[in-house]
Design a protein around this ligand. Structure first.
Ligand code: F6P
Length: 466
């Protein structure tokens, strides 16, 4: 089979290149190993991009990376507009932040159609297409309109919310109907899957049986494929990174002090304000933890042209400065707050240096930082993961200390517990989580989806459209 993987953001294969997207970092090794063609945005826009859309095609392991310049006239409406100001807030249950204009929607559809036309270059009789994430909900339908009859699968990396929240996006019907052009639709969790099926049944009035939806496109299978990482490879990377200059400097700067770490894109779904408030509360409730434990929070700026992101960046800067001003000492800074990205190798080393990993999103599809933090630990002296129960990762990593990120006081207490957890309990919890990571790797995820896609396609071909 010849597989074409499509995502908006792609990774270029440099372990030290800053990684702002969980999806891009996760896909890189499997694309390299599988020999797939990975198509995505070059990050540049161009007028007249439709004449020759591909800016670069280069080798990527056994496969290839093909980068497109997206059409200048529609990029803003597609990326900052519909994808990240309408879909992203809806998918993360922030209906108050939805800004949905008809114009942005049309740009989103234009970019989906543009990508479909560009993909024709890679179409062979044995090609299968695997589309990633909310940027391309309608790409499968566009491909079908161009006469593509090969397998087309879709995987959503974010949560899929309840019916009422989906219904807040004005074009919800058109979009979900378009999604049914896919042979296979994959979600991170059972909950996402149930929400989707309940929408399709109640709002579109379609028949659903055993995770299979019947529509005018024939049948589509809907199933759960929790994304994983390569835990052994990440562990090796973390052990090696101990000697990296950034990691050594961090260790030297700690002077025996314990460290908690948070690594996130600067996004309202990540619960950063609540997290900083929880640390503030912890130092107020337990002043003995001042000087003995600090937080390193890396918040990589993201989607800065969108108002909600600019507002959050200002709010966090004020909050961190206020907390540091109140709790800090002449020789101790409670929160080290960095607004920049780091490469995977350095991150692996930073995770291994920290006694506590704090991953407390308000909503998250999976959250691979949680998995990477666990894999990076020293087996002889592992750190503790404090994890939001609203991250998809909590389904597997239930041996973490699970928290409700809206309960500031509860989070404060749990972080203090994590900082003082005895070695035997840390090891027990860590081993349980590592076993889960080993049983559900990124390689398994990739292979399971591709196998299921072949089967679902055969079923769709044999089905009769409604
Ligand atoms: O699933 C969410 C996602 O698509 C991930 O790749 C990543 O967490 C993020 O969004 C990337 O966002 P952006 O490409 O807008 O920086």
């Amino acid at each position: 089979m010849n597989l074409v993987v499509v995502s908006n953001r792609v990774a270029r294969g440099m372990a030290n290149e800053p990684m702002t997207g969980g999806l891009a970092a996760a896909l890189l090794p499997v694309v390299e190993e599988s020999g797939a063609i990975w198509v995505g945005s070059s990050g540049r826009v161009r007028d007249g991009a439709h004449k020759e859309p591909f800016a670069e095609i280069e080798a990527l392991g056994a496969g290839a990376l093909a980068l497109l310049d997206l059409p200048a006239a529609h990029y803003g409406g597609y990326y900052e507009g519909f994808a990240n100001s309408a879909l992203w807030p809806a998918l993360h249950s922030r209906t108050d932040l939805i800004r949905a204009s008809r114009e942005d929607y049309l740009s989103y559809r234009e970019v989906n159609a543009f990508m479909a036309r560009a993909l024709m270059r890679f179409r062979k009789p044995e090609t299968a297409f695997w589309i990633q994430d909310y940027h391309f909900l309608a790409l499968g339908a566009e491909l079908r309109d161009l006469g593509v009859s090969q397998p087309i699968g879709f995987f959503l990396h974010t949560p899929w919310p309840d019916r009422a929240t989906v219904g807040a996006v004005p074009q919800h019907r058109e979009l979900v109907t378009a999604m049914l052009a896919y042979d296979l639709i994959g979600f991170q969790t059972e909950h996402d899957c149930e929400n989707f099926l309940s929408y399709v049944q109640s709002d579109l009035g379609l028949t659903v049986a055993d995770g299979v939806v019947a529509s005018r496109h024939g049948i589509s299978r809907v199933a759960v494929f929790p994304i994983g990482i390569d835990p052994e490879k990440f562990a090796q990377q973390a052990a090696k990174a101990a000697s990296h200059p950034d990691v050594s400097r961090l260790r030297r700067s700690l002077n025996g002090e314990k460290l908690a770490i948070g690594v996130d894109r600067l996004d309202y779904s990540k619960g950063l304000v609540n997290r900083i408030n929880a640390f503030d509360r912890m130092w107020s409730l337990q002043p003995s933890l001042a000087r003995t434990a600090s937080l390193l929070q890396i918040a990589t700026p993201s989607r800065g042209a969108i108002e909600a992101y600019g507002d959050l960046q200002s709010e966090l800067a004020r909050l961190v400065s206020d907390v540091n001003g109140r709790h800090g000492e002449v020789d101790w800074t409670p929160i080290r707050y960095l607004n920049k990205g780091f490469g995977q190798t350095v991150l692996a080393g930073l995770y291994r240096t920290a006694q506590v990993g704090v991953v407390t999103p308000l909503h998250d599809g999976m959250n691979l930082v949680a998995k990477e933090y666990v894999a990076a630990q020293n087996p002889a002296d592992p750190g503790v993961l404090v994890l939001s129960k609203f991250a998809g990762a909590a389904n597997e990593l239930d041996a973490a200390l699970l928290v409700n990120p809206h309960d500031i006081e509860g989070m404060a207490r749990t972080i203090a517990t994590a900082l003082s957890m005895p070695l035997t309990e840390r090891r027990m919890r860590w081993e349980e989580m590592m076993a889960k990571l080993r049983a559900s790797t990124i390689q398994n995820w990739f292979a399971d989806f591709v196998d299921a896609l072949q089967e679902s396609h055969a079923d769709k071909e044999a089905s009769v459209p409604l």
